[in-house]
Design a protein. Structure first.
Lengths: 63, 360
């Protein structure tokens, strides 16, 4: 029996990886990350996780 | 039920997630591109979200309670149906947390959130554009006073709300217990009494037991709840036929008019059936007269017999037939029942239910 992938975990993990890469680039001097760019990125990550979680809950509620 | 809860939670998360993604896009445009100004964009976004919530909120059914009232009724019914009283909280920490969350979180009205957002956006836009700045100090003072008063009285309001909810739960629990008691009396206890009277006739005893078993199974399965919309005359005639079959008595049913068999009419039907059963049991060979005058706004049922009669005051307290199954049931349904009986002169039971709110 194969387990269905957990969409929320996948999206949350991907968002954390993306944010981590951005922070590493920022500390390495590759990009300059000010609040004006960091805030939308964090908000977008939260939004994507919530969206995935909602879609996941809807899918699990389906018979 | 669980599917609906999943769907509801999922819908809220999807909406919130989409909103956050939109806000993120706007923040990015604000940082990089042309921007009309905070005083325009954020109030417009809040107002649009509020309007969307208002438009998407379902219209309440007529007569249905809304907001906190609906939450209190729902909570009271849920607590009343639970075997555990709220004070005797479940042992598990998860269950306790769930109970606490359900107590703290009211049923959020989508329309209420939408109206708050639209009003807040309007005030914010006026404030940001300087339109209400002259009155700003007075408004700020009023808001601060209101918030202070809310903080001071919030515990009292909360205690009051919890007391009301507990009282409502106790009332609902008591009413449901009375309904179940009345039903058990009308069905099982009456059948047992009939079985005792027919002990010398095994076929009749078996028939009574089979009929009672079917009726009890249907009641446990909730099939009786599905008769809404049926005709009260049909139900009354069927009840009279059932009583005749069970007791071997004779009932003359005369009806004038008709109305739909809703929850309150079903209470009158239950009380009438009990009155017919009592009359058929005690009237001997004399026929029992049943007269029903029915209209959508008023239900009147009279059950008369020429039996030995009785004194209501002399009936022992543990006998619930007349007190609970007839008088109590009619009172709970918002109607009245009067019993006129004299020793040796027969009995007349009058059941009246006024329904002024119903459409004629």
């Amino acid at each position: 029996m194969t387990r269905a992938p957990h969409l929320t975990s996948i999206v949350a993990g991907a968002m954390l990886v993306a944010l981590g890469i951005v922070l590493v680039l920022n500390s390495g001097g590759g990009i300059h990350l000010g609040f004006a760019y960091a805030a939308p990125a964090v908000v977008a990550a939260l939004g994507a996780i919530l969206l995935a979680s909602g879609l996941d809950a809807r899918g699990r509620g389906r018979p | 039920m669980a599917d609906q809860a999943h769907h509801e939670r999922g819908a809220w998360r999807i909406a919130l997630g989409a909103g956050l993604l939109l806000a993120s896009g706007l923040l990015l445009i604000r940082a990089t591109g042309p921007w009309p100004g905070d005083a325009v964009v954020w109030p417009v976004l809040a107002a649009a979200t509020g309007a969307l919530l208002i438009w998407r909120s379902p219209l309440p059914a007529p007569g249905r309670r809304r907001g906190w009232a609906a939450h209190r009724t729902h909570t009271a019914r849920r607590r009343a149906r639970s075997d555990r009283p709220p004070a005797a909280a479940p042992e598990g920490s998860g269950a306790r947390a769930g109970w606490l969350v359900s107590l703290l979180r009211p049923q959020v009205s989508r329309r209420g959130v939408g109206v708050t957002l639209v009003l807040g956006a309007g005030i914010a836009a006026l404030w940001a554009n300087g339109a209400i700045r002259p009155a700003g100090e007075a408004v700020l003072t009023a808001v601060v006073v209101l918030v202070a008063v809310a903080f001071i009285f919030a515990p009292s309001w909360r205690r009051l709300a919890r007391t009301l909810a507990a009282e409502q739960a106790a009332r609902v629990r008591s009413q449901e217990r009375a309904d179940v008691g009345a039903h058990l009396h009308d069905s099982v206890l009456q059948t047992l009494a009939l079985i005792q009277r027919s002990a010398e006739d095994p076929r009749r005893v078996a028939m009574l037991a089979r009929t009672q078993e079917r009726e009890l199974r249907a009641w446990l399965a909730g099939e009786e709840q599905q008769r809404d919309g049926a005709s009260l005359v049909d139900a009354l005639t069927a009840a009279a036929a059932e009583v005749e079959a069970a007791t071997g008595g004779s009932l003359d049913v005369v009806t004038v008019g008709d109305c739909q068999l809703d929850e309150r009419a079903a209470a009158v039907l239950g009380a009438a059936r009990e009155a017919m059963l009592n009359a058929a049991k005690f009237a001997g060979d004399a026929p029992v007269s049943v007269f029903a005058e029915l209209s959508p706004t008023r239900i009147g049922v009279f059950v008369r017999d020429r039996g030995p009669g009785f004194e209501l005051a002399s009936v022992p307290a543990q006998r619930r037939g007349v007190r609970e199954s007839i008088v109590g049931r009619m009172r709970r349904a918002g109607g009245s029942a009067s019993v006129r009986s004299n020793a040796g002169a027969g009995t007349e039971i009058e059941l009246v239910l006024e329904r002024p709110g119903q459409r004629a």
